[in-house]
Unconditional design. Structure first.
Length: 250
């Protein structure tokens, strides 16, 4: 994908007013008039050797979410992203990449929870990774209140081999990977969670905080409309009503 079609974005594409949120796409990226403005950044592209993805790995637009599993706002945004994928996923134009960004200074249990999701992926790849994240969000009270004893239980409930999972988790196999992802998010400008990048190639516009579904739709559509149809862009329509089903039921 040649990112010249999207970023830097040189034309104001649209002012979309949906559910009280207005986004303008211009040279400085996607701007929220309530002060949640974002800027253009350059970030690491999706790498199947490192990342886990929900949706088409060849999607022209990838939503990269850096998140903390003990963050209550990430828990809400997880449901929003499932709605986004319910809408865009079948078209193959948008995919979701999840990267750990545990804020250990606030949530001391979050790094180990991030490692647990990696250990789940060891056994079941992308599918197991996202199912495990959903499983954590389904039971955590957030704000560093999930009992660590729940981590192997979630693995067992999802049909993973608990002994292998526990060996992986206790070994520290993914401690460095999680730490590297945290540093990567900081380098990209992340200051809190969720930290969201709407990416085309290696360029992205960054959104901070728990963005509502309608705002995500406005931002994604504005980017898609600038990608030629021959490269997977253009307007996306869906006959599927976005699901509001909580992650716990998935």
């Amino acid at each position: 994908m040649n990112s010249q079609y999207v970023l830097p974005i040189t034309i104001v594409v649209a002012g979309a007013m949906i559910a009280g949120a207005v986004f303008f796409v211009g040279k400085s990226g996607i701007q929220n008039p309530n002060g949640n403005g974002t800027t253009k950044v350059t970030a690491r592209q999706y790498d199947p050797k490192i990342d886990y993805i929900l949706g088409n790995p060849q999607a022209p637009v990838k939503i990269v979410e850096y998140a903390d599993l003990e963050c209550r706002y990430c828990k809400t945004f997880n449901n929003t992203m499932h709605q986004v994928m319910d809408y865009y996923g079948q078209s193959g134009k948008v995919a979701w990449v999840y990267r750990p960004f545990p804020l250990a200074q606030n949530h001391s249990r979050a790094p180990k929870e991030a490692e647990a999701a990696e250990c789940a992926a060891d056994q079941g790849g992308d599918t197991a990774f996202f199912k495990y994240i959903d499983g954590v969000y389904a039971v955590t009270p957030s704000d560093n209140n999930l009992d660590p004893a729940e981590l192997p239980k979630i693995a067992g409930q999802q049909g993973l081999n608990v002994d292998i999972f526990n060996q992986c988790l206790s070994s520290g196999k993914y401690t460095k990977k999680v730490s590297d992802s945290y540093n990567e998010a900081i380098s990209a400008g992340g200051q809190g969670t969720p930290f969201i990048l709407i990416m085309v190639g290696s360029e992205a516009v960054a959104l901070n905080g728990d963005q509502p579904y309608d705002s995500m739709r406005a931002a994604i559509d504005a980017v898609l409309q600038q990608i030629p149809a021959s490269q997977g862009g253009g307007t996306t329509t869906s006959t599927t009503t976005p699901s509001a089903t909580p992650a716990a039921a998935r």
